[in-house]
Write a protein that binds this ligand. Sequence first.
Ligand code: SF4
Ligand code: SF4
Length: 471
Amino acid sequence: MQDFYQFEEENRDHISTVDAKGNRIWVYPKKPKGRFTSYRTIVAFILVALLLSGPFLKVNGYPLLLLNVFERKFVIFGTPFWPQDMHLFAIATITFFVFIILFTSALGRIWCGWACPQTIFMEMVFRKIEYWIEGDANQQRKLNSAPWTKEKTIKKGFKQFIFIIISLIISHTVMAYIIGVEQVRDIVSQPPAKNLSGFIGLAFFTGLFYWVFSYFREQACTVVCPYGRLQGVLLNKDSVVVIYDWLRGEPRGRIKKDEEQPDKGDCIDCKLCVHACPTGIDIRNGTQLECVNCTTCIDACDEVMAKVNKPKGLIRYSSYNAIKEGTLKTFTSRIVGYSVIFIILVLLLGFLLATRSEVETVILRVPGQLYQTTEEGDISNLYSIQFINKTFDPVEVEVKLMGDTGNIAWVGNEPVIQVPSNGSADGIFFLKLPAEALDGYKTKIFIQILKDGEVLDELKTNFLGPATKAK
Ligand code: SF4
Ligand code: SF4
């Protein structure tokens, strides 16, 4: 019995969809069916429904998700975020990456197989349409090599037409997440010249999705996707992946039904798992970069095992060490370590979100100005202030100097400043302090921002004065 991997390592020198001359090998995966395919179809249906309905879903009248990078406007679960929230984005991004590392370390590429939009659209939408119009793998092969007859032209033309329609739907959905569903509606209902950049964006995304799903296909996962290419460092021997049980399967060889062959393993070398694989690999060669853990080979092999009266699960979700040692270790020290870091980051992010002020204030001394001495002998500094209203409602704010001494004199502004919803307002003011209240050249002062008498924010800034302290 083999207690180590004994595979043809030659397969790791090149990807399975490129031949020795560098030409692409087109993959014709056999139509999948089985337990996992059914579960994945249900999950895909729910996720596609959520994705397509997302732009229309509102929270308190505002988008559920809007990632307008052009106008630097972001709305997540109905809450607006601004570029001033960049620290939150930075921590959220780090948290996300730690989550990816933790998740992949524990459960391998489960995301790729079950939830990645590329796999879902490719395998559950475009590929299903292809099976419906052109038939299973062998029929597709035959059709592609056949001369251009009327039937072939109709089938191919109809398929491409539907592919373009679906690409249009996807591109409009993606644009709705970026610029908002109302703006997409404007682009669609008005002449292109009126919203030229939006129209070009829609045309670009449509072309891109059509090209990816009709031609580029699995290469997006095996050649382009950075997550796929990082699997070599993210996976370890305890990660749960779609894996072939080589201890049970080898030595492989053809057998007849119910035939007892004690010198052979359970793999009958029918290659159905290979023919079903949408990335064109042989999972029996071990975990490979191309494997998106789509479970199709599990279903294909389970069907074969049922036919030859062997237990299912020759290919299954498991880990290298679990197959080798017989026990699946879930909480390895690596997983515990990643989990601790992840929990700390989630708590930090939660704290920052909970304490996030609804009005962000930036206060700066006006550049190029030092200080002035008034006729009364007070010292004054000139400040500019900017308020950013992070809510969807207009807000009235007041600025108050903390402490007993000093006063604020606005330049052309009212003491109560109106900040429009989802917008900003600026102001300039003189801050006057008695000379004896200063600590010298630089004095720290504290300013409160109030809304309806409630403190929204407290800021610290410097006040400049004469270098020698007044007596
Ligand atoms: S090897 Fe199996 S799980 Fe991996 S991509 Fe191919 S069919 Fe899917
Ligand atoms: S489908 Fe199962 S039995 Fe057939 S070649 Fe693949 S692993 Fe072996």
